[in-house]
Design a protein around this ligand. Sequence first.
Ligand code: AMP
Ligand code: ZN
Ligand code: FE
Ligand code: FE
Length: 292
Amino acid sequence: MRIDLHSHSTASDGTQTPAEVVEVAVAAGLDVLALTDHDSADGWAEAAQAARRVGITLVRGMEVSTKYDGAGVHLLAYLPDVTYPALANELDLILAGREGRLTSIISQLRLAGLDITEAEVLQQAGRSPAVGRPHIADVMVAKGWVRDRTEAFDRWLNAGRPAYVVRYATATADMIRLVTAAGGASVIAHPWGRASRRVLDAEAVAGFAAAGLAGLEVDHQDHSRADRQALKAIASDLDLVVTGASDYHGDGKVNHELGCNLTAPEEFERLLAVADRNGAAADRPVPEVIRR
Ligand code: AMP
Ligand code: ZN
Ligand code: FE
Ligand code: FE
């Protein structure tokens, strides 16, 4: 069983449509895929239709922007009812924060003498309700200012660079409670990736476990072998599910091919058990896993 629980499409900052991601997942020999676009369920319907057509197990999820101790923490939310008003309202605030930040970033870039407009970025973002720095980066690449997304982040868009602007994100523990109340299961994405490494020690993770966190994404390209061992120990101490995933973005992120990290079948079953339990307790119309 090849299970990959983290991927992006054009419904956020991936470069392939939801249907294409599902098709590539089949070609990559995956049995289970989760589509987890940033802050939005916009790709769910198309992905579900494609999964039924090509015959792959699909978990509908998203990667929510949260904040803890001043650092960005990405929270994977699997199978929540996105019509739950408190969750929907918070996602609206996050998406609005992305649009407000875009205005500020464009101002910074223009002050630096670069001829780029909000309209150009919105056109690049296309159908994505989550306007992100990768879309700005893509415009900068098209204009020939940078080679790729990575160079755009390194020179302009990362924290500490000239066009960095903070945006709204929900407190991590609050979002974990919202996802649980919406009948879903939450997993911290790449806990020791660049943004969140500083703040997510064992004590912080224990606090999130107490708030209802289901698991940690341990096997991820941002983590060294030593990181993975240490995170596995933390997960084991707190009885958290251990997942692994590619964080695929099409050709928007190199070295993140579908299936490059996988989740063990027994860990996947544990995650689904948490989602089942939370879904029953919430008594909300949660999305089902689409079974091949
Ligand atoms: P944003 O969502 O607008 O805050 O932008 C952050 C997103 O950009 C991350 O979730 C990644 O998907 C992507 N990203 C961050 N750094 C890079 C990079 N160096 N190259 C390509 N994509 C990146
Ligand atoms: Zn992304
Ligand atoms: Fe992320
Ligand atoms: Fe991601």
